[in-house]
Design a protein around this ligand. Sequence first.
Ligand code: SF4
Length: 668
Amino acid sequence: MKNPDAVIIFPPPMDRIARVYPAPHFLSSFINSNGFSARPLDLNIIALGKLTSPFFLDKEIKTAASNRARLEKSGLHSQKEKDVYAASLRSFARLLYGRRIHSDHHHIKNLMDMENCGIRYTRIFIDLFKKYFGLFYNTNIPDSEDIKTFFSCPEAILIKDLLNEEIQRSIIDKQIPVIGFSIPFAQQFLPAMILASEIKKKMQDVHICFGGPIITLLSETYLKEVIKTAPVDAFVTYDGEMPLLRLLRYKLQGQALDGTKNVILRNALNKSTDPSAAARHQKDKAVHTHNRFQKENMGYFSKNTPIPVTQSTGCYWKKCAFCDYINLHKDKIYRPRPVNDIIADIQYYHSLKFTNFRMLAEAIHPKHANEIATALLDNNLNISWHSFLRVDEGFTTKILQSMEMSGFSCTVGMESANACILQTLNKGYDKKIIKRFFENLRSASLKNNHLNVIVGTPGATYDQELETLAFCREYTDIFTQFKAGIFTLTPTSDMGKNPHKYGLRIKESGTDNQPLHGRIASLAFDDPGGMTHEKKLRILERYGQLNKEIKNRKKFNGCLDIISAARSGADIKGAAFVFEKFLVRQRLMHHAFKKQGEFMVANMSENRDHQVFIDKQQADVMDILRDSIFSCQDVMAITQDENTALDFIKKMAAGNVIKAADIDHGIQ
Ligand code: SF4
């Protein structure tokens, strides 16, 4: 098989693996349709696969076991020591679980499947992640002169160790002439530089270009400075397809490098000396601009993977004051893709047995959403699809009904329900409009949707945030999750560019210490009229509780309160339970914990702080009933005592260790 002309790399670290990032695949598909050959290379998955291999996990388990033994020996006198010990038990449980589910052939598929069904990969291996990649998550994009100082840090050495073999096999041995790095998240910037430097050391003539959202959002001045010394030949901003095609034509065919808009080059490129390459590539026009995952590159995808399908570029509203996404598209024009192309993509993936789709769109327009839904129904495509929506009365009940029938669910970027906050954010709607929009969603029976909320908008007060929270509580039939996050001031948003307009003062230090969540940086600011960080955290906690209530309601068929208040087995007669599937149990060795119980159980589909302590008798009951559907009466038959049985059910239910066996099975 011919070696590819280009390889498009997705560098580590990116902790969500079930959502495959499409750019390397789409760019490759585009290049392959235009006379050259390219392939995506997911170095993130390869690095994570190695970090979670038995070799690494066994080493980690050994270290975790000796930490645990050390803590047990030390006595656990203070509450702090007990908390550290409890955290070490959870960490140990996650590693053991990771080791248990490992199977060499389907390792990555298993991990993707787990994430798809709610067990986040990083939740299990979060400590590994923090340990190995924490530096990259916590470091802002550095000044140009500092980039090289990261090339020999321990994290860089590890990344090279994990990936050298793959780089040698897929790039160096094949002497790939053009390498692209696709960088959507800030934590990938430095690892991409480290890997580019390694490739350059072995192949001086290679052409390396960096592109993706992070490169697009960095300033031209910065990129021009960096390229003088970095192991990069070109930075590509905005869409990468045509610049990459032109670079290949230049490099391999010796064509003039004209039309280099959106490309910052280090030097003039060397012309190809391979005449056969020039003869091979005659086309000078792009054949297609819509892109797909190609079958041969989807081998490791789980069948549940939500497949990204481009729906539009740009946003049809583009006025939100906090938004930096709109700057990812040069002219900021909203361009929906033709519905036929979208349906053709879905039919193609459907023929490969994929049925779960995620529209790539800042916010889908009602008219376009309606046309897609109608076409899906007309073509009898039995799939599920998801998109971001903005609150928009254009989504009538009729449109939403047809979207619902076609398998639609959404994430709505409401952000707030308070009039002042909505005005500050310039969302373009008020509470009345939100209410009418939500009523439409309700009438159309759209369920299992998510709602985004921003906590701590400049000037927002605690009471205003509580108003939004109370409003959210009225719509738990429509939304299964309220995704609340703390406001970040991004440098390229209107608020970041004009802080004085919003009563903000940028702090001297410039950047915030908040987690970056893949962004370039968040600006630190003083907000005299706003809330303290502690208050923002309190609001977040309350959204966490609300999400938990919704989850528990579903898990126990709305009867958790009846179970908690039950005085006798008769009160929950007829209720049937099963144990959660993803449990890890371990015996406790320290006497401080033996008072609470002798075992710790962690439910891996719960949040990472989850753990429940149980005693020996409860552990024995668990063993007997492990694979059965059981009632309180069944537990009584084992314990010979009604109160003990009832306590067992209550404890397991409160600790999310069991769930209702059949959600249609109510308590009599
Ligand atoms: S936040 Fe969403 S709706 Fe608002 S401008 Fe940005 S992309 Fe558009």
